[in-house]
Design a protein around this ligand. Structure first.
Ligand SMILES: *[C@@H]1O[C@H](CO)[C@@H](O)[C@H](O)[C@H]1NC(C)=O
Ligand SMILES: *[C@@H]1O[C@H](CO)[C@@H](O)[C@H](O)[C@H]1NC(C)=O
Ligand SMILES: *[C@@H]1O[C@H](CO)[C@@H](O)[C@H](O)[C@H]1NC(C)=O
Ligand SMILES: *[C@@H]1O[C@H](CO)[C@@H](O)[C@H](O)[C@H]1NC(C)=O
Length: 246
């Protein structure tokens, strides 16, 4: 009798070996955890492969696409990390970029392109002074560009903010992004004049270093330099972006 009962209940038990952390999002989270050096309250103890990732603290999985993370909430967990890369691009993240990311002062790469993120770019990201590359391409980011970024992010090389809904003027402080070789602000709702000082930005090779194409497809003839339309077209094609190489 006992054996029969056991057999009957077996199929109802959660499959213990079915979960394999072998897909991009899960691997990104595992890497993320590996870089956390302090987790005083043990929040990330359940981040292990014995437990499906969508049951991990702070993680929300996609309802039907069980391999995709849609939310990462690590607010006020007291985590300290030496995290240098956070790559959660091409995903289903919704909501705002948590301002707490500003605490990741060793962060060098922040790739959040192709999600459904909205709200303003948190000014606290200016505290991520090690940041070299940031991509928020194809989201729903709005609000103005945080002026502080220009003066504080002195290591920033690639700034990819195209295809969002960022408004306001381009802060003149962005001319102080002395390491920036690519600033892509195309397809946003920016207005006003392009600060002349942006001409200080580096322009390696023949690549246009600044892309400011408006929704109306008017290429700004800025900095007294006419851009090659072929370059602009190339930049318009999403596949022209090799995210791993930018
Ligand atoms: C992950 O592993 C499972 C089980 O072995 C397999 O069915 C699935 O195809 C794998 N997925 C990827 C993205 O490799
Ligand atoms: C996920 O966690 C909930 C409660 O926290 C638990 O009831 C459920 O069994 C867990 N699911 C898996 C697959 O571990
Ligand atoms: C960023 O730095 C400013 C001071 O420059 C500080 O007031 C703010 O709390 C910091 N934000 C974060 C998220 O660390
Ligand atoms: C650029 O940085 C320099 C040196 O820190 C500062 O004096 C200047 O005011 C900054 N320019 C702008 C436009 O913020």
């Amino acid at each position: 009798m006992a054996a029969t009962a056991f057999c009957l209940t077996l199929p109802l038990m959660p499959p213990t070996s079915a979960f394999v952390c072998n897909f991009t999002d899960c691997q990104a989270l595992v890497k993320f955890k590996a870089d956390i050096i302090s987790d005083p309250k043990g929040y990330l103890q359940d981040w292990n492969e014995a437990n499906p990732y969508y049951n991990w603290t702070g993680i929300t999985g996609h309802q039907s696409l069980r391999s995709r993370v849609i939310d990462l909430e690590l607010i006020d967990l007291g985590l300290q990390g030496k995290l240098t890369r956070l790559e959660l691009a091409v995903n289903y993240f919704t909501g705002k970029i948590p301002g707490e990311l500003g605490a990741l002062t060793k962060l060098e790469v922040l790739y959040l392109h192709r999600n459904c993120l909205e709200g303003a770019i948190p000014a606290s990201l200016s505290n991520c002074t090690a940041l070299r590359r940031i991509s928020l391409i194809v989201n729903r980011m709005s609000g103005e560009l945080p002026a502080e970024m220009g003066n504080k992010l002195q290591n920033l090389q690639k700034v990819l903010f195209r295809d969002d809904a960022i408004s306001g003027r381009i802060p003149v402080t962005f001319s102080n992004l002395s390491q920036t070789t690519l600033l892509d602000l195309s397809f946003n709702n920016l207005e006003g004049e392009v600060p002349e000082e942006l001409g200080k930005l580096k322009n390696p090779g023949h690549r246009p270093s600044i892309s400011l194409i408006t929704r109306e497809l008017q290429a700004c003839n800025i900095l007294g330099k006419k851009w090659d339309l072929k370059d602009l077209e190339r930049m318009l094609k999403p596949e022209a972006y090799h995210y791993d190489n930018v």
